[in-house]
Write a protein that binds this ligand. Structure first.
Ligand code: ATP
Length: 235
């Protein structure tokens, strides 16, 4: 029971209309782990997160979270089970202030972080409390987007390219936040293009190729696998 993964994805397939884009995704995530999905553009990483979250209509396979099959539940029930998704486009409301954005998401479970707690993770946000979403830098918007999902009480966070387009110093800050969240007991699955960042935060990496998970590499084994990884990612 203790060794059962928090999230177990088996044979996950997904379609956009007639277009079959996921052909077989298998992922295990243990409680408290940080796991990345790596792969080339268009490999299906974002689609994998959306499919776990239930926001794609046509799916097949199995997604078990805390021992419960989620596959046939609508997205709002999956959120209530304790999973939150932070999209690449961040999804914050530009006309609302930082504080209003943080107050927006409903708590779906007990244990959602207070706004004060979120400010201890992101002190910059506190200084921008009454700033409108549009006035924030890219880094501040990303922090707000992550902060916002922490309000919900979810314990599994799905983050889509949290470092995209951000300056190196902000990327480091996001990395420290992810480490803090891990320490506080959150489990995180993130899609990353920034391989250096991925290796600095994650315990394990899944490689996604053409809609399938083709390999899993422990972060501690990364150096031995660097050649293989370069071949997968084409870098
Ligand atoms: P990227 O880093 O470029 O976002 P990814 O690995 O996250 O890559 P996905 O965004 O999951 O890849 O896309 C997987 C495949 O699904 C691609 O071939 C893409 O063109 C296709 N796709 C993505 N979104 C849609 C959509 N809304 N409608 C139709 N096809 C889509």
């Amino acid at each position: 029971e203790t060794s059962a993964p928090l999230l177990a994805v088996r044979g996950l397939e997904a379609w956009y209309g007639e277009s079959h884009v996921l052909h077989g995704i298998d992922i295990d995530v243990r409680r408290g782990e940080v796991v990345t999905l790596l792969g080339r553009n268009g490999a299906g990483k974002t689609t994998t997160l959306k499919s776990i979250m239930g926001i794609l209509p046509k799916r097949k396979g199995s997604v078990v979270f805390e021992g419960k099959e989620l596959m046939h539940l609508p997205a709002r029930w999956i959120a209530r089970a304790g999973i939150a998704f932070c999209p690449e486009e961040r999804g914050i409301f530009s006309s609302l202030s930082v504080q209003e954005n943080l107050m927006l998401p409903p708590k779906v479970k007990p244990g959602g972080l207070s706004v004060e707690h979120i400010f201890t993770l992101f002190p910059n946000l506190k200084e921008r409390l009454s700033s409108q979403g549009t006035k924030l830098s890219g880094g501040e918007q990303q922090m707000l987007a992550i902060g916002r999902i922490l309000r919900t009480g979810a314990n599994l966070l799905l983050l889509d390219e949290p470092t995209e387009g951000l300056a190196p110093v902000i990327v480091q800050q996001i990395g420290r936040t992810i480490a803090q969240l891990k320490q506080q007991g959150f489990t995180i699955v993130l899609v990353e293009q920034n391989f250096h960042f991925a290796s600095s935060v994650a315990d394990r990496h899944y490689i996604v190729e053409q809609g399938e998970t083709v390999d899993m590499i422990e972060n501690s084994d990364l150096e031995r696998n660097i050649g293989k990884l370069h071949a997968y990612l084409g870098v």
